[in-house]
Design a protein around this ligand. Structure first.
Ligand SMILES: [Zn+2]
Length: 471
């Protein structure tokens, strides 16, 4: 089939790559707040650069507080019905595994490497060229299109709060900041913190694990006294968790002995692939208490660890022990005990729960509050988000799926995920692209990539989408 969008986009390959390269060169990681640079200088520089490009290309441009840039195309002056939301900020590229400079676009046999090429600068460029293609080919549009480029997706999407102060979103918004075909359901999320005071007499000198709240912790450690290395090794030999334990004596004080646990990290929205080092360590220490190898010199310390094991047993990821197990078509509830710090005087734990669309935030929060207080812990919700649901039968979703099937030649269907996308708080918004299939694009990791062909295909698909929805 002759496809004028395909021909236009593929004949502009070098321009798309040039623009992507220019954007990758701006290390738009969140920085310090300055006046007129709400998320730091570099995200602002990326926004100002794209503002100039959009103006040159003949779009009507609006810059909201250097936080969000809009490029409008509305030849009939009618209602703007479609919004395409992408972000120009990126996560840091501190990893040592990069084979190329992360802030310089590298093209290796058609594979484009650089920070942000898939998340989300590549999709942003594809959206811009899709609209340019529709405009330059003179495709008649009855409704308007707005490209919305934000600069704070990676750090809480405060940019969209700024946008909302000035303007409302078009009724149909998609973000190419997830995956194809369409993500229409995002689970709800609750992050909580529980706390207990201790008497400073316990034999656990310190204990901790986890570095971020939204991941299964792959490391944990504890420093103990009044237990011998042999006793520890004996208890470890009976462990069946699959988590690796190592024992070390404190070099400057041989009264103390340290155990480290190494498990496997996994994102909190898909914890099944992980091995929780923290819950494994809690269980090991409880067995030391129960067998008498570790004397209980502070009952509260023992009760805290027992309580934690009761509520977050090793290997459980469905929240069953919190009384929250539940699932629907959006998937099963997941629960991860992700961070813990025990000092002489207190124990503080944190967890991350993703709950299915059939539950409400208040309901989950109330159940947590009850069960933590029953177990003697203080509790507070640190972050909460309702589920985001868009009907698969909505006109918008049906159109996206049919364009996808037509242009890509792949079956279109809706997906529910445990994570939140950029449209989580936009009514009716869905994610549409840009990851395809099972490919691991190393998003947020070293050697992030997109293929040049995928970049161009995204632009072609988005051009068809604009024509379908606004034509
Ligand atoms: Zn993103």
């Amino acid at each position: 089939m002759y496809d004028k969008f395909h021909d236009y986009i593929f004949s502009h390959e070098n321009e798309l790559k040039k623009l992507l390269g220019d954007l990758v060169q701006i290390p738009s990681v969140m920085g310090k707040f300055f006046e007129n640079a709400p998320f730091g200088e570099e995200p602002k520089n990326a926004l100002l650069y794209l503002e100039k490009v959009c103006r040159e290309k003949g779009f009507e441009v609006t810059n909201y507080e250097n936080a969000v840039l809009c490029a409008d195309y509305n030849p009939q002056g009618a209602e703007t019905t479609l919004g395409i939301l992408a972000h120009l900020d990126v996560v840091p590229a501190d990893g040592t595994g990069w084979n190329t400079d992360p802030f310089k676009l590298a093209d290796k046999d058609g594979i484009l490497y650089g920070r942000g090429v898939i998340d989300d600068k590549g999709p942003a460029v594809a959206a811009l060229y899709a609209l340019l293609c529709v405009k330059e080919l003179g495709v008649p549009l009855k409704k308007g299109v707005r490209l919305i480029f934000g600069t704070n997706e990676e750090n809480g999407s405060e940019d969209l709060e700024i946008y909302k102060k000035h303007d409302k979103f078009p009724p149909n918004v998609f973000t190419p900041d997830g995956s194809f075909p369409v993500i229409n359901i995002e689970k709800g999320m609750i992050r909580g913190c529980f706390i207990s005071n201790l008497s400073e007499r316990g034999n656990i000198m310190s204990m901790g694990g986890g570095t971020v709240i939204n991941a299964v912790p792959d490391c944990a450690a504890a420093t103990l006294q009044s237990v011998t290395r042999e006793e520890l090794l004996e208890e470890i030999s009976r462990d069946s968790t699959g988590v690796k334990f190592a024992v070390g004596q404190e070099p400057d004080d041989n009264r103390f002995i340290t155990i480290t646990a190494t498990g496997k990290a996994a994102h909190a929205s898909a914890p099944d692939g992980g091995k929780n080092a923290l819950t494994a360590l809690v269980s090991l220490i409880n067995r030391l208490f129960d067998s008498g190898k570790l004397p209980v010199s502070d009952c509260r310390q023992r009760d805290v660890l027992r309580g934690i094991e009761k509520l977050f047993p090793f290997g459980e990821t469905d929240g069953g022990s919190l009384g929250l197990k539940c699932s629907d078509e959006s998937g099963a509830l997941t629960c991860v005990f992700s961070k813990f710090t025990l000092t002489r005087s207190s124990a503080v734990g944190q967890f991350d729960i993703r709950f299915p669309a059939c539950m409400k935030l208040s309901e989950v929060a109330e159940k947590c509050r009850e069960i933590f207080s029953e177990n003697g812990f203080g509790f507070e919700v640190t972050l909460g988000d309702e589920p985001h649901i868009v009907s698969p039968d909505s006109d918008f979703v049906k159109k996206l799926l049919s364009v996808y099937e037509k242009v890509e030649g792949e079956r279109g269907y809706c997906v529910a995920i445990g994570g939140g996308t950029y449209v989580h708080n936009i009514e009716g918004g869905v994610a549409f692209g840009a990851e395809r299939g099972d490919t691991d694009y190393h998003m947020h990791g070293d050697n992030e990539f997109i293929t040049a062909e995928e970049l161009l295909k995204d632009a072609v698909l988005f051009a068809h989408t604009i024509a379908e929805i606004c034509g």
